[in-house]
Design a protein around this ligand. Structure first.
Ligand SMILES: [Zn+2]
Length: 690
């Protein structure tokens, strides 16, 4: 097999918040793939960087009274520490706020401009006259122009689901200063993405993305692409656009270029001549390029990025590997429940290899969300790794150590078993290559079961009672140790620390994939040390408790570059006008059961719920359709059969998507924390709440 040259990236974490389970899952997925390639003797380079630009960083630094540079330096150190804690083996970790990234972003932009792919036109935008900056939609709140709901964001209403432009909001306010924004015109620069529709279609048809993602992209291409606004006006933390004072590159323009910049930085400080930037990034070379990303940033990586690369004369990625989100115990990670778990909090309590194993066992190549079920996590890691895998070694090592001075036999007791395990090496490598980690692990664990079953049948402990020095005993334990060596080797991409301890215990060189052709016979091994201990449920509880504590009372400083903000946190909102009890009694609150929940096309905060409200006196079922703005916290599947509280006598409202016949009540700050009726409340559909 000839040596491949492979460059791998995972998405750049935003330099304004900690590394959490979602980041770690992606990094683990990429790291396993990279370690497999390295074990197989390929040249595989894994780079990443902090995504360090944008308004959110600028504002966050201001509110902390430090410079953006100080903020991003501190955060980068924390990020690197956390990734290292999970043994993510980056070959380089850089920053988008770097000399290399400025150089590349400028040269790529100038190429786009020279090729006629930059358009300029004036746009009108709301401007904060106090803070003196243009306000992105998420920094504006006001009253919904359709339904009158207050405190809605600038682009859509969470109550009625309408979308609108920020200028349409009634009484708009800047979420930053509370000032009334004014409309102001400014020239923006656009990348003419539609010019690349044909090229992108060909690239996608060529297998660059798979399955459901490819279908979605085809759909978007069919609807037609639009020019992409790549400039932002000062003040902005980022790179100024060459020749255009006061205009900056939008953070998403230079973020993916950060992949190249990290690699360029590595090339420049490496003495390895094979690390030649142009040879890896210009078309026609023999290297491969893969990006691991989450499904929320697909359009940036599959439309804008390949189009930019094409215009600037660089190669396209071979593939973009897209994964789903992490949930904990079946729901979105939640700060109040203690399941919004930061990498550093996890590491305070638990061995990183537990999580690497558990996530890998559930990972496949698709975009399904992956659930960390904490109870299953404890049970599965203990059963598989401690109960099955490490058990093989611990059952055999003692006899070899004590009875045979640590030297393995020169032949196996069961060559057929070991042959069978060895012959699976190519299949397991292929499963890893296809990112079918769950399948690879099931195969390895099936062999671990076989090896344990073999030891159960041969009972070395009984042979030892009869004859401590029996050659048969030695050959049986040598068979067990060889099975363990192969299985720990197959799991080395997933469990690098366990593999290191195994190599030390067996007194062998670091295992490469080609080593699985050979056996370990007539060889002195070291004294057995426990390779892995069981997870204590208490440690998991302590981690959840620490997570809960760490978010308690704190305001949400994590303004994601393109995420949502929690504006106005803190003081209680003013109360509405008083009503008397008679007025309140007019509100008919009923329990309802969700019969069907579905997404609403064009409204990404809404779910369409079909509700069962019990039966009429004549036995006829009462059903209602209600639109509820709870999609940020619940997927349709989770709501199936859930009980909710409904305002049953709310006048039906005609919305853009249909008529809403009632209103579902919920509590919580929003985002992932929206609380419905407790599932075990014992309430029955139709029951009146008073
Ligand atoms: Zn509304």
């Amino acid at each position: 097999m000839s040596q491949r040259k492979i460059l791998v990236t995972s998405a750049l974490p935003y330099a304004n918040g900690g590394i959490h389970l979602g980041h770690i899952m992606e990094a683990i997925q990429a790291d396993i793939w990279v370690r497999l390639q390295k074990m197989r003797g390929h040249q595989c380079i894994y780079v990443c960087a902090d995504d360090a630009h944008g308004t959110a960083i600028m504002l966050s630094a201001r509110s902390q009274g430090i410079s953006p540079e100080e903020l991003i330096d501190r955060v980068q150190r924390e990020h690197e520490r956390d990734y290292a804690g999970f043994r993510i083996g980056f070959d380089n970790f850089h920053s988008t706020h770097s000399a290399e990234n400025r150089e590349l972003a400028e040269s790529i932009y100038l190429a786009l401009e020279a090729n006629g792919h930059i358009a300029r036109r004036n746009i009108r935008q709301l401007f904060d006259p106090e803070k003196k900056l243009f306000l992105a939609d998420r920094y504006i709140t006001g009253t919904c122009p359709r339904c009158g709901a207050e405190e809605q964001y600038g682009d859509n209403c969470e109550v009625c689901g309408s979308t609108y432009s920020p200028a349409e909001l009634i009484n708009p306010k800047s979420a930053l200063s509370g000032a009334t924004p004014v409309e102001k015109e400014s020239e923006h620069f656009f990348f003419t993405v539609p010019a690349f529709s044909g090229m992108l279609r060909e690239w996608i048809d060529g297998g660059a993305v798979h399955g459901a993602v490819a279908n979605k992209l085809e759909e978007w291409l069919g609807e037609g692409l639009q020019d992409w606004d790549i400039s932002r006006d000062a003040p902005y933390f980022g790179f100024e656009i060459p020749g255009n004072p006061g205009k900056y590159f939008y953070v998403w323009l230079d973020a993916p270029i950060g992949y190249m910049a990290s690699f360029l930085n590595l090339c420049r400080r490496s003495h390895d001549e094979s690390l030649d930037f142009d040879a890896w990034w210009r078309p026609g070379g023999d290297s491969e390029l893969y990006h691991f990303i989450g499904k929320d940033i697909v359009n940036f990586h599959t439309f804008f990025w390949p189009a930019m690369l094409a215009s600037a004369g660089y190669r396209a990625p071979n593939a973009v590997f897209v994964h789903g989100f992490v949930t904990v115990d079946g729901t979105k990670m939640s700060k109040s429940r203690g399941t919004f778990i930061n990498a550093s909090t996890y590491l305070n309590h638990l061995n990183p290899e537990y999580l690497r194993y558990y996530l890998a066992a559930k990972l496949g190549p698709g975009i399904d969300d992956l659930d960390l079920n904490l109870e299953d996590f404890v049970q599965r890691v203990n059963a598989d790794l401690v109960g099955k895998l490490v058990n093989i070694a611990s059952r055999c090592a003692g006899f070899i150590g004590k009875n045979f001075a640590g030297v393995l036999a020169d032949q196996l007791d069961n060559a057929a078993l070991i042959d069978e395990i060895r012959q699976a090496a190519p299949q397991i490598a292929e499963l890893y290559e296809q990112r079918e980690y769950g399948k690879a692990i099931r195969l390895v664990m099936a062999f671990a079961d076989k090896a344990n079953q073999y030891l159960n049948e041969r009972k070395p402990w009984e042979i030892a009672k009869a004859d401590r020095q029996s050659p048969e005993l030695r050959a049986i334990c040598t068979t067990g140790i060889n099975a363990f060596r192969l299985l720990a080797g197959y799991l080395k991409p997933v469990l690098p620390a366990l593999a290191e301890k195994t190599e030390e215990f067996l007194a062998i060189a670091p295992l490469a994939w080609s080593d699985f052709d050979s056996l370990l016979l007539d060889h002195r091994i070291n004294r057995f040390q426990p390779l892995m201990t069981r997870i204590e449920a208490k440690a998991v509880e302590a981690m959840v408790e620490e997570s809960r504590q760490s978010w308690n009372g704190g305001h949400d400083t994590e303004l994601e570059a393109d995420g949502e903000t929690q504006a106005g946190a803190g003081a209680t909102e003013p109360f509405a006008d008083e009503i008397d009890i008679a007025a309140f009694a007019k509100v008919d609150l009923r329990v309802a059961r969700v019969i069907e929940a579905g997404l609403v096309e064009g409204a990404d905060k809404l779910l369409r719920l079909r509700l069962d409200l019990g039966r009429e006196a004549d036995g006829a079922a009462i059903e209602r359709t209600v639109f509820a703005g709870i999609r940020s916290a619940y997927s349709p599947e989770e709501l199936d059969g859930r009980l909710v509280v409904v305002v049953a006598n709310l006048k039906p409202r005609k919305m853009k998507f249909g008529v809403s016949e009632g209103m579902v009540l919920a509590a919580g700050p929003g985002g992932g924390d929206i609380w419905l009726l407790h599932p075990d409340s014992g309430a029955k559909p139709g029951m009146r709440i008073s």
